[in-house]
Design a protein around this ligand. Structure first.
Ligand code: PEP
Ligand code: MG
Length: 753
């Protein structure tokens, strides 16, 4: 059997790496080894020093040129290779438009040229090149061999301290230039920070194997582990469905693909460590990826790239996410997708924004990020290929854009937008202690939505009238297991303590359906259509143990105070009765057994399923208050999935169907003298909130960031004429409420943003 050039070179390099000679001596040895094995007339190594590529070692060019010949990034063939991080293979170097002649090297006699970048942490740190007198194209095996040697060189020069990582990253950014990526607006807000991949790429420290058999065993073990992980993920994804399941299918296909594992094994045969072999094969995949025009196939290769990263992480034992890596400075986290728990692992002081390749408006991660005030852009393609760890990013959640490596002009315009926002915030802050009352004296109760431990702090900054919706399921979503009753009590108590005299409406868990938690999988209720499925109160009534535990936790936390409890997705009055009974039974038991109980308990129902609106005359006398969840209500009224981006803009919250529906509920609630709140996202948008006031709504519970803008709108409006106009509009066929209301607001100086 003939021994491959890569293998022969790696054997020789193994000795070079182990020798206790200087870095320069090692580089000299490398060029000699490569020259001999590839029968090359010239082999040269250029390394990045002070932002320019300097000839560090050569066999074949004039030795006087060493440490003298220097090329800028992008200058000459070497500079182009470093700047693009792509190999060049030319029979006639001079024919290339970027050829730059350096007389001191004496290279004029050489015709053919091939070079590969030396890459570390996704930045070029140098170039390895070969030249021949005769014009000839190098074959694939030779280029592959050079790439393998370049990997070893990256290790060698990093170990010798010859790499300036920061300078390399800066040079790479400068070479790549700014890019604007567009995605889906998920959470509004502006953020500037450094790109950090949630799953960091492992930096390979050892490239040349000491024991090939041992490396083979390591890869084998890693494949087994990865396959188990994917099978596990698939079992969970059956429940989640959608995109995730498709991606996992592809993962599985690759994980069991013989060709992939064979190629990695062949790379190990040449003498690479397991990590280096996986990366070597990954580099080939990337090269292929760049040349494939078909977006579908490119996407599949991105999946393989993802999987290669996972395999390297497993084999090297570096499994933690970036959240645990002690991040400092403003950070933008990039990921294919995240779970809420993964997001919450990040230090809130450094986490400024999130960019996802997937994501949707009601994904858990979006709901949690909104609660945390972290802007999110979703559905951004090819993150790994356009953004490198450490790149500067400007995220505009409201516009759904990400500026990568922004130019000075982009940064300046971003800063102007942020300053404008900050000025507006300062204006809103001035309203903090002023009442939310219209110019003609209608007082509006402005409350905030919450769900996480630290959220109550926003009560102070916004001076909201209370928490109108506390989404208790957030605690369930972020836990790996069902939160114990004591933990639930502790959370509810801390919120009540922080709220003081202000009311807090606790909504019992709204899990199931799209807010699935793995520990609550229910084989009998695999939902085809999760939003209309086994969720919220339906699930809670079906699992009395869960509901009882939550009732106990709420009653314990509310001991001695007034407790407000609200049930989600009530569809028929008996569901409310049954839920209330469960809580009342617990309350009676606590009283009987001498435990402290709340001074009073008020019970509310959410109106988000249209059916309940038809039985309000039966429901209202039974409840103490109601709250309209417009997010769900509108999706059910229009039969339009709220998580489907294709339908996101189709039906308007200001359509007469919704406004008339809401008005009818308001009239009935008033007639029964029951407080009615709107707690969906609709109430947090100034024009929509104005429409709500115009149909008689007087209580809103909204995301804390919206309190300022909504209060400004309320304080600037004279409501009477708007109500009259709304009555007129809703009486005619096909009114244009959005445009007419906007025009009226503009005419009357109402601040609707
Ligand atoms: C709603 O549906 O409007 C609501 C407030 O509840 P959630 O968004 O949590 O479903
Ligand atoms: Mg809802």
């Amino acid at each position: 059997m003939t021994i491959s050039p890569a293998r022969a070179i790696l054997r020789a390099l193994h000795e070079v790496m182990a020798a206790s000679t200087s870095a320069q001596a090692k580089l000299n040895a490398v060029v000699n080894i490569v020259a001999e094995q590839l029968s090359s007339e010239v082999v040269s190594i250029y390394l990045l020093r002070d932002g320019v590529l300097e000839l560090f070692a050569t066999k074949g060019l004039a030795q006087a040129a060493v440490h003298v010949t220097r090329l800028a990034m992008g200058e000459g063939l070497t500079g182009v290779i470093a700047a693009t991080r792509e190999p060049l293979n030319l029979a006639e170097a001079r024919a290339h438009p970027d050829f730059a002649y350096k007389p001191e090297t004496g290279e004029e006699i050489f015709h053919s040229f091939a070079g590969v970048p030396i890459v570390r942490r996704e930045a070029s740190v140098g170039v390895l090149c070969v030249q021949h007198v005769d014009p000839r194209q190098y074959d694939d095996v030779e280029i592959e061999t050079l790439q393998t040697v370049a990997m070893v060189l990256a290790e060698l020069i990093a170990g010798a301290g010859l790499i300036d990582d920061v300078a390399a990253a800066r040079a790479r950014s400068a070479a790549s230039g700014p890019v604007r990526l567009a995605g889906l607006k998920l959470v509004d807000g502006l953020a500037r920070g450094t790109a950090v991949f949630h799953q960091p790429r492992v930096v390979i420290e050892h490239t040349v194997a000491d024991d090939i058999e041992a490396e083979r065993a390591r890869v084998y073990g890693a494949f087994t582990r990865m396959r188990e992980q994917i099978d596990g993920m698939m079992a969970q994804a059956e429940f989640a469905g959608g995109d995730t399941a498709d991606v996992l299918e592809t993962y599985k296909m690759f994980a069991y693909d013989e060709g992939w594992s064979r190629r990695i094994n062949e790379a190990i045969d040449t003498g690479l460590t397991a990590e280096a072999a996986i990366e070597r094969v990954q580099q080939r995949t990337r090269a292929k990826m760049r040349s494939i025009p078909d977006p579908y196939l490119r996407e599949r290769l991105t999946d393989l790239d993802d999987l290669s990263n996972r395999l390297i992480r497993i084999v090297s034992g570096q499994l933690g996410s970036a959240a645990r890596s002690g991040l400092r400075g403003d950070t933008i986290v990039l990921a294919r997708n995240l779970g809420p728990a993964e997001l919450l692992e990040y230090d809130r002081r450094v986490l400024k924004g999130v960019v996802l390749e997937e994501g949707s408006l009601t994904a858990h991660v979006t709901i949690v990020a909104r609660a945390m005030g972290v802007p999110v852009v979703g559905r951004v393609r090819d993150l790994r290929t356009t953004i490198a760890e450490g790149d500067e990013l400007l995220v505009d959640g409201g516009a759904g854009t990400v500026l990568v490596r922004p130019s000075a002009a982009m940064v300046a315009s971003f800063a102007a937008t942020s300053a404008l926002k900050a000025r507006r915030q300062a204006e809103y802050a001035k309203l903090r202690d002023l009442p939310a009352a219209t110019r003609d004296g209608t007082r509006v109760t402005l409350m905030m939505n919450a769900g996480l431990t630290g959220d109550a702090a926003a009560l102070e900054t916004t001076n909201a009238d209370g928490i109108g919706l506390f989404r208790t399921e957030f605690q369930f979503l972020v836990s790996a297991t069902l939160p114990r009753r004591e933990r639930q009590t502790a959370l509810y108590r801390s919120i009540l303590d922080a709220a003081g005299d202000r009311p807090v409406v606790f909504r019992t868990v709204d899990i199931g359906g799209d807010k699935a938690v793995p520990y609550m999988r229910d084989g009998d209720h695999a939902d085809e259509n999760p939003a209309m499925g086994w969720r919220a109160l339906r699930l809670a009534l079906g699992r009395a143990g869960l509901m009882k535990a939550q009732a106990r936790a709420l009653l314990d936390a509310g001991a001695g105070r007034t407790l407000d409890i609200m049930f989600p997705m009530v569809s028929e009055p008996w569901e409310f009765d049954r839920a209330k009974r469960i809580v009342e039974d617990q309350r009676a038991w606590l009283a009987r057994t001498g435990h402290a109980t709340p001074a009073a308990v008020r019970y509310g129902a959410m109106i988000e399923v249209p059916a309940i609106a038809e039985t309000l005359d039966v429901l209202l006398p039974r409840v103490d208050f109601v709250s309209i969840g417009t997010n769900d209500l509108t999706q059910f009224l229009f039969a339009a999935d709220r998580a489907n981006p294709a339908l996101a803009e189709r039906y308007d919250w200001l359509s007469p169907a919704i406004l008339r529906f809401l008005r009818r509920i308001v009239v009935l609630a008033d007639a029964h003298d029951r407080p009615l709140t709107v707690c969906g996202e609709m109430g947090g948008r100034p024009l929509e909130a104005l429409a709500l006031l115009a149909v008689g709504v007087r209580r809103l519970s909204i995301t804390p960031a919206a309190i300022g803008p909504i209060k400004a709108m309320i304080r600037s409006v004279e409501l009477g004429p708007v109500r009259e106009a709304m009555t007129r509009w809703l009486a005619v066929a096909n009114p244009q409420v959005r445009s007419d209301l906007a025009a009226l607001a503009a005419e009357r100086g109402v601040e609707v943003g």
